[in-house]
Ligand binder design. Structure first.
Ligand SMILES: [Zn+2]
Length: 72
């Protein structure tokens, strides 16, 4: 029991440290850019990663519409 609670504390400490590091290193971390509209991504539900490219949910739907038109 004692060991478990020690591990929990260490994990939560590591997580908060990671978040701080991400904030500090913001300049070296480039936010993902949508490959369709070149807009910066704010990752949210429905957004798509295709290979190493990112797409907004709405942009991806447009791409799929075009792909459907081409394949038909
Ligand atoms: Zn987009």
């Amino acid at each position: 029991m004692t060991n478990n609670s020690v591990i929990d504390i260490q994990n939560s400490h590591l997580k908060s440290k990671d978040l701080q590091d991400n904030t500090i290193q913001k300049n070296s971390f480039s936010p993902p850019i949508c490959s369709a509209c070149k807009g910066k991504m704010q990752i949210s539900e429905g957004d798509v990663i295709y290979g190493d490219r990112w797409y907004h949910n709405s942009c991806w739907k447009e791409i799929q519409k075009l792909a459907d038109m081409i394949s038909q």
